[in-house]
Design a protein around this ligand. Structure first.
Ligand SMILES: [Zn+2]
Length: 711
């Protein structure tokens, strides 16, 4: 559902440490799929509002079919809503009873299986705490209304069956005072002006079924920027002052939808696609055909390089298929929404920014999962223990599942993998699904039984931890590769069966061979005509794994220069073991200055900072001005760590000349580390500068504290 835009600290995790079980997630209660004795067909919602008093009045006409042979009472979810009347289809009042969280409607007779039941609930609410938000006007946003129905908060703004295993169509008819506008799910049927009171009524129709947690309404004096993809209307609902930035930020939306249309082999399913900014959302939420985004999505051009929401925009678009068209049946199955959404944002990055940025994006996802595995817990991806659904929206659900999909693609092959996705979407469109539906889709699309794969990576916790080494035998001309699996089997982690590609590079070129790992410890032999320059485990970086691979310095130096970007970054971090050897510093310096990919330059810089700093000040200063802001930031930080007051004027100059907020912030922190208290007024002045997420102010405040230490 939600994705929060955090600046991720990237670590190359290459050591095998024990996995954490800091939180005993097995103490959480077991949850089962909710049962229901009726099947809702349609909600027709009519809403009016008093924005000043933060009140609203609603009418929900519910159409449902009985799933029972004797259906007499209908129990709906309703929280913070005061129900005043329930009328049957003939407008005859029905008895009802309301508790804190439920509304029981007593029907006038017993209905039989599949019989249609219609009744209308009248209710009102005042400033709900959840689900439905009245926001005051601030310098950033106008007075407005927004919703967040995820995961079970729709019940805070309309009585409903609020669980994702039922799909419904909906209408929303909302009357507001001008100049407010109303956005909701589906197709805009009409806008009617009510001259008598200067109000306007919007009628929206979500005419294809979806789940209640995907319902939304947003009301504000928005400016609507119109865009399109062929006949598909695409609109951006933003505050008037944000129009210029919004045009730049959202401009790739049609291109992204077109990319996913082709990739999934399923045309975008809804009548339109809208994106709206709100003050009440942290990241993004994939309401059907109307994605809700936090207002931090809007930033100035300077912030593009460090605070881009492009990945989130792509991720939420992908949810229009993964989450909205097909929907998790229970909250144990969060990966069916989020891993597919997260894998999709990787696929978009790979498509739009190229292979190296794609590889880096996937590495970031792996590391994000590994951090959770080491610092918090491991769990199976499909997991039915939680107090609230939100607990399952973690780094197992988002990045781990995405990495698992990448492995599945590797095992199946590109065409069968995407054929499976297409089949899965078409077969289950507008339905709730679970993992078994996906496993069957794999079988139906490819003929392959991959139950063993799902058993290992979806239904069991953890990941493989490999210890790899090899020997070259000059006499037999063979490489003998030893692979051991060292994961902690007592935690329920299996001995993995998985294919892996071994890449062997000699002066004649590279040979790649796929082998199957099946045991705790195995040896593999490869005939090679000469001593290899480099032996690579998991060529292509398909596996979600941790590993150690003891290599000699010569091979690491070769790898740093010649491997793919992931291998280069790993080699840079491994070379720290050979600190003191002049060749190491020399090669790292060479990569810092000449590698074409920024993350390799940065990893080399980080490695160099552990090998030798003082001899490289001139280079560090040069790198503080290089083209990539992330590399510059790291260089500024390393130079700052020398805590040398002679760089004060350099850091001040960098702060003034930088065109990256994040690098500017680092320059201030480094200034603070220099210990020169005459810089206090400079830092105080800098603290007043506006910046996304206040990075400049926070850095200036940190630097001031650093300067005052010991006083
Ligand atoms: Zn998501």
């Amino acid at each position: 559902m939600k994705i929060i835009n955090l600046v991720i600290i990237i670590l190359i995790v290459c050591s095998v440490n024990s996995l954490a079980q800091e939180i005993d997630i097995y103490k959480r209660p077991v949850q089962v799929e909710r049962s229901h004795n009726f099947d809702v067909q349609h909600y027709r919602l009519k809403l009016t509002f008093d924005l000043d008093r933060k009140e609203f009045w609603g009418e929900n006409k519910v159409t449902l079919n009985s799933l029972s042979d004797e259906f007499k009472e209908c129990i709906l979810d309703a929280k913070e809503l005061v129900v005043t009347q329930v009328l049957n289809h003939l407008n005859v009042p029905l008895k009802f009873n309301q508790s804190d969280s439920k509304l029981i409607v007593y029907l006038s007779r017993a209905y039989s299986y599949k019989e249609e039941v219609i009744f209308t609930i009248k209710y009102h609410a005042k400033d709900p705490k959840k689900g439905f938000f009245f926001s005051d006007e601030t310098p950033r946003n106008p007075k407005m209304i927004s919703t967040d129905s995820f995961p079970n908060e729709a019940r805070h703004w309309f009585p409903c069956y609020d669980y994702p295993n039922d799909k419904v169509t909906m209408e929303l008819i909302a009357t507001v005072q001008k100049p407010n506008k109303v956005l909701s799910n589906g197709r805009l049927v009409s806008i009617t002006e009510n001259k008598e009171d200067n109000s306007v009524t919007y009628h929206w129709h979500q005419d294809k079924p979806h789940s209640t947690y995907l319902s939304m309404v947003a009301i504000a004096p928005f400016t609507v920027i119109e865009d399109s993809l062929g006949s598909l209307p695409i609109n951006y609902w933003v505050y008037e002052k944000d129009v210029e930035d919004a045009r730049r930020i959202f401009k790739k939306t049609p291109y992204m939808i077109e990319f996913f249309n082709k990739l999934y082999g399923y045309e975008y399913p809804w009548a339109k696609y809208d994106q709206v900014e709100t003050p009440t959302q942290g990241g993004g939420a994939e309401a059907t055909s109307a994605t809700i985004l936090g207002q931090n999505v809007i930033y100035d051009k300077k912030a593009d390089k460090d605070f881009s929401w492009e990945r989130i925009i792509a991720h939420e678009i992908a949810h229009q298929w993964w989450g909205d068209l097909i929907t998790l049946r229970t909250w144990s199955e969060t990966w069916l929404n989020e891993s597919f959404g997260t894998y999709s944002d990787y696929l978009y990055t790979r498509f739009d920014k190229g292979e190296e940025e794609g590889a880096f994006a996937l590495l970031s996802k792996k590391n994000s999962y590994l951090r959770e595995a080491h610092e918090r817990y491991i769990r199976p991806i499909v997991f039915n223990r939680y107090e609230s659904p939100g607990q399952n929206f973690d780094s197992h659900t988002y990045p781990k599942g995405a990495c698992v999909l990448h492995m599945l693609r590797f095992i199946l092959g590109d065409k069968p993998f995407f054929r499976t996705l297409r089949h899965f979407l078409h077969k289950h469109e507008f339905q709730p699904v679970d993992t078994h539906d996906f496993m069957i889709a794999v079988k139906e699309s490819t003929g392959q039984n991959l139950d063993w794969f799902f058993e290992q990576f979806i239904y069991k916790p953890g990941h493989p931890e490999f210890e790899i080494s090899y020997q070259w035998n000059e006499n037999t001309k063979k490489v003998l590769l030893k692979v051991a699996q060292l994961q902690d089997f007592s935690l329920g982690i299996p001995v993995y069966k998985i294919p892996v590609i071994i890449g062997i590079t000699t002066s004649k070129g590279k040979a790649a061979k796929k082998v199957w790992i099946k045991q705790k410890e195995e040896m593999f032999e490869f005939e090679v005509n000469e001593k290899p320059l480099m032996v690579r485990f998991d060529e292509g970086n398909y596996l979600l794994k941790e590993w150690t691979f003891d290599k000699k310095m010569d091979e690491l130096l070769y790898q740093l220069k010649n491997d793919d970007v992931i291998g280069k970054m790993w080699a840079a971090s491994e070379l720290v073991k050979f600190k003191g050897d002049t060749l190491v510093a020399e090669e790292l310096r060479e990569r810092i200055q000449n590698d074409s990919f920024w993350a390799v330059r940065r990893s080399s810089l980080e490695a160099l900072s552990e090998v030798e700093v003082d001899a490289n000040i001139k280079l560090l200063k040069k790198v503080c001005k290089e083209k990539n802001s992330k590399v510059r930031t790291t260089a500024l930080q390393i130079l700052g760590d020398t805590k040398n007051s002679k760089y004060v004027s350099f850091f001040k100059e960098r702060f003034q000349k930088e065109n990256s907020y994040v690098a500017q912030a680092e320059a201030l922190r480094s200034l603070g580390k220099c210990g020169d208290r005459s810089q206090i007024s400079f830092l105080k002045k800098a603290a007043n500068m506006g910046s996304p997420r206040n990075v400049i102010k926070r850095a200036a405040d940190w630097a001031l504290k650093e300067l005052m230490k010991g006083s």
